[in-house]
Design a protein around this ligand. Structure first.
Ligand code: SF4
Length: 466
């Protein structure tokens, strides 16, 4: 049983918590939108909450604070001059008689818009909200980065993030620089696109799925991450990425569909145009196969990509690698994926960790191709050679070697299956696939960069588990 938690103090990324506090202080929810928009727009720099709330507000022009129903107008036109005095007062003073107007005169009872408070970067933010953001009740981060390791080539940054509870998760940033390397599928070998980054986030502390090749599975499940804790990982990652974050994958610690509500809420904030504004088509949720959550995912997040960690072409073999397969047999799992595909119209990404002597023979590749064809799945298979570093965690498998990996891939390609082989990044800091480990208890993690999935064979691809 996973315990339910609430962040205290509240994170500014905790949508529900912030709106609850706004309600307690009689502040309109639209002002929270404005704050998130500001933080989202400046996500590549560490904006303190004092910047959005103003330091030492001195304005006394509106002692009541708050903009009431005119808040939105004040945000749009923060520097409007004060409304003219009422017509009656001009008449009494014997001044110039009022001119005829083609439009209705301003309502003298209307509250004039407030000028922006000194130091406040979110125009029109009510004083009650400013006070709230200056108080300790809402903070920018409830988590902190304990360690940030950068790979030798600078392509990968691995962040060790400590939550408010003291528990730790990892998050990985992968930078893509098109000026480095060669893409043989492109004319002249020139790589495509602009510099961008992919972030791999965790969704749980530990995991209860128990996959035999994964150290996280040995930890058991300690907690689901809250949506705000997922968003904070992304906010931390944006500060370390030094290049725009374009892709996000739920392939860190935990099974995202086991933390379904939290992940759905986090994705809605990540794709909200006024918060993080990421494209849903650049977000991928990876699952080891929590069947009851796959069809709802098509309804709740129809544009998000789905990656299935399959790892075996038959039920009997899969049960030995992925224990949860006993509860969710392959026909049920692939049937749910086929329904997901019918509803979303998207290809399914299939992740397959190659374990020498277990699931990596050419015969397994043939069975895999047949399995996908039987279920009429439009799939892209991401072949992931086993990472020997995990042997240090007492997980005893062997890598298939380059020749074995190539042979497996060739069988799939010959059978008409689109296939990528994962290129390892960040092995020097244990951030490559299957190397993310938190604490001595395990916590192996996958690393992902699936931005080129669906492309030519040999592209980079996603990581192992769910
Ligand atoms: S591979 Fe994914 S689903 Fe399996 S135990 Fe590890 S974290 Fe959990």
């Amino acid at each position: 049983m996973v315990r339910r938690r609430r962040l205290d103090p509240c994170s500014v990324w905790d949508r529900e918590g912030v709106l609850r506090k706004f309600q307690e202080h009689d502040i309109l929810p639209c002002h929270a939108d404005a704050v998130w928009a500001y933080l989202g727009k400046h996500r590549d720099r560490d904006v303190p909450l004092s910047e959005v709330s103003g330091r030492g507000v001195t304005s006394t022009r509106r002692p009541q604070g708050g903009l009431g129903k005119r808040g939105a107008a004040a945000r749009i036109r923060p520097s409007l001059p004060p409304a003219p005095p009422p017509r009656a007062s001009r008449g009494l003073s014997g001044g110039v008689p009022p001119l005829r107007r083609s439009r209705a005169p301003p309502d003298p009872r209307a509250t004039p818009p407030a000028p922006p408070s000194p130091g406040t970067q979110v125009p029109g933010l009510p004083k009650a909200a400013q006070r709230l953001f200056r108080s300790a009740a809402i903070v920018k981060f409830t988590s902190r980065v304990l360690d940030a390791k950068v790979s030798a080539g600078g392509e990968v940054v691995k962040l060790l993030v400590q939550l408010q509870t003291g528990e730790q998760v990892e998050c990985v940033v992968m930078r893509y620089d098109p000026t480095l390397g060669v893409d043989p599928s492109q004319p002249g070998g020139r790589r495509r696109g602009r510099p961008r980054a992919t972030v791999c986030v965790s969704s749980q502390v530990g995991c209860q799925m128990g996959c035999t090749f994964c150290a996280t599975g040995t930890m058991g499940l300690k907690a689901n991450l809250l949506p705000a804790e997922i968003l904070e990982q992304v906010a931390h990652a944006c500060l370390h990425a030094r290049t725009p974050v374009r892709n996000l994958v739920f392939m860190g610690m935990g099974e995202p569909l086991d933390a379904y509500d939290e992940v759905v809420e986090a994705v809605r904030c990540l794709t909200h145009p006024r918060i993080f504004g990421l494209s849903a088509r650049h977000l991928t949720v990876s699952t080891v196969g929590v069947v009851p959550r796959i069809r709802p995912l098509a309804r709740d997040l129809p544009t998000v990509r789905l990656a299935l960690s399959l790892h075996a072409p038959s039920q009997a073999l899969r049960e030995t690698i992925v224990p949860t397969a006993r509860g969710w047999p392959l026909p049920d799992l692939l049937g749910a994926c086929a329904d997901w595909q019918r509803q979303t119209g998207q290809p399914l990404f299939v992740e397959y960790v190659l374990l020498a002597g277990v699931n990596a023979a050419p015969e397994h590749a043939r069975q895999l191709a047949a399995l996908l064809a039987d279920h009429r799945l439009d799939a892209v298979v991401n072949v992931i050679p086993w990472n020997p570093v995990l042997a240090d965690d007492g997980i005893e498998f062997e890598a298939p070697g380059e020749a074995g990996t190539a042979a497996f891939r060739d069988v799939l390609v010959a059978a008409g299956v689109r296939c990528t082989v994962r290129r390892e990044k960040g092995q020097d800091l244990a951030a490559a696939c299957g190397q993310l480990v938190v604490g001595g208890a395990g916590g192996k993690r996958q690393l992902a960069d699936i931005e080129d999935l669906g492309g030519a064979p040999g592209g980079r691809a996603a990581c192992a588990g769910g």
